[in-house]
Design a binder for this molecule. Sequence first.
Ligand SMILES: *[C@@H]1O[C@H](CO)[C@@H](O)[C@H](O)[C@H]1NC(C)=O
Ligand SMILES: *[C@@H]1O[C@H](CO)[C@@H](O)[C@H](O)[C@H]1NC(C)=O
Ligand SMILES: *[C@@H]1O[C@H](CO)[C@@H](O)[C@H](O)[C@H]1NC(C)=O
Ligand SMILES: *[C@@H]1O[C@H](CO)[C@@H](O)[C@H](O)[C@H]1NC(C)=O
Ligand SMILES: *[C@@H]1O[C@H](CO)[C@@H](O)[C@H](O)[C@H]1NC(C)=O
Ligand SMILES: *[C@@H]1O[C@H](CO)[C@@H](O)[C@H](O)[C@H]1NC(C)=O
Length: 289
Amino acid sequence: MARPPQMLLTVLWCVVMSTTTTVLALTFQAQLGTSVTPPLPTNWSVVLPSAGSWGGGSNLTYKVLAEYGTTGRVAVIGNPKSYFNVHCAGCESAQRCTGVLETVEVQAKINGCRYATNGGPFSETTGSCVTPIITNGTVVNNESQGTFQCIGMFRNGSWVLGYVDPTLYPDVRELMCGFQMLVVDGEAFTFKDPEIAPRTAYGIDEHGGLITLVAEGSEVVYTGITLNQTAQWMLGLGARYAIGMDGGGSSTSYWTDNGGVQGCPTCIDQPYCCLRSVTTIMCVLPDHD
Ligand SMILES: *[C@@H]1O[C@H](CO)[C@@H](O)[C@H](O)[C@H]1NC(C)=O
Ligand SMILES: *[C@@H]1O[C@H](CO)[C@@H](O)[C@H](O)[C@H]1NC(C)=O
Ligand SMILES: *[C@@H]1O[C@H](CO)[C@@H](O)[C@H](O)[C@H]1NC(C)=O
Ligand SMILES: *[C@@H]1O[C@H](CO)[C@@H](O)[C@H](O)[C@H]1NC(C)=O
Ligand SMILES: *[C@@H]1O[C@H](CO)[C@@H](O)[C@H](O)[C@H]1NC(C)=O
Ligand SMILES: *[C@@H]1O[C@H](CO)[C@@H](O)[C@H](O)[C@H]1NC(C)=O
């Protein structure tokens, strides 16, 4: 399905805006919530089995839900083991973080993703990676400029969430980081932060399947959801563990089966549909079984 002409115009406008101004750099601040749950130790982590024995390729189901006053786009990947991929703009060919930013749409097309969402935080001013990133077994960034919680998959197919010690990197196939754990061991954390924004979250269900949520909104006009609601929503979707990824104008979902970019991402946080250039994406490959 092609985008309506009006949306195409706003997309072009934002591309122009983002190359000619420094309006951005909100990505970080938008996501630092205050948890009322005692914080996890900074070196907390958990290793979980991923599913992988279901038939049907990636076993991806996609649905659009209306909750918490917004629209949430949810994908459940029943077989993440050979379908969960991290990509990083410009990183694969260079084998390191190059500081290139690209939209989820362009990155999804380049990498042949059937489904994709935006990934971790990055610096919008320098375009640099600020968290560890591993893509297809290559460590493209090993530095962390702050404290982040990560989501990764070991080469043996097990998930790892939280802090991943660099000595384990040789065992890791895919890794990117988000801001904070939202759900741990079947319990949602609570957050006092009143900020309402678009949100992207990833969770692991009781079968080891991956649940991704992209909730729509626009920070400037106070639409979207709070972190507390994001945690509740992920729990309600069946997440035993969930992590808050980059949100705000970065939140984007892409689904080839339904025409590409879904809904209305708001790249500069205004209520216009446009695509922000980001560092990392989560990519689900087309079924190849
Ligand atoms: C985590 O950090 C604490 C305090 O810094 C330390 O006592 C503990 O051994 C660490 N745990 C692991 C698994 O590294
Ligand atoms: C896909 O995964 C679900 C569990 O998430 C399972 O119930 C279903 O049988 C799987 N589909 C196939 C075709 O195996
Ligand atoms: C991932 O790496 C393996 C080698 O470790 C290689 O065979 C494979 O082609 C790579 N996949 C992609 C998509 O680059
Ligand atoms: C991080 O990467 C740099 C450059 O490749 C390397 O010199 C350094 O040893 C790595 N550090 C860790 C902790 O892996
Ligand atoms: C996979 O590898 C990780 C890291 O080496 C390990 O902690 C985990 O137990 C392994 N999973 C399985 C199922 O062997
Ligand atoms: C967070 O959500 C829980 C569950 O809905 C609720 O009980 C709690 O009051 C909420 N906290 C805040 C600060 O909104």
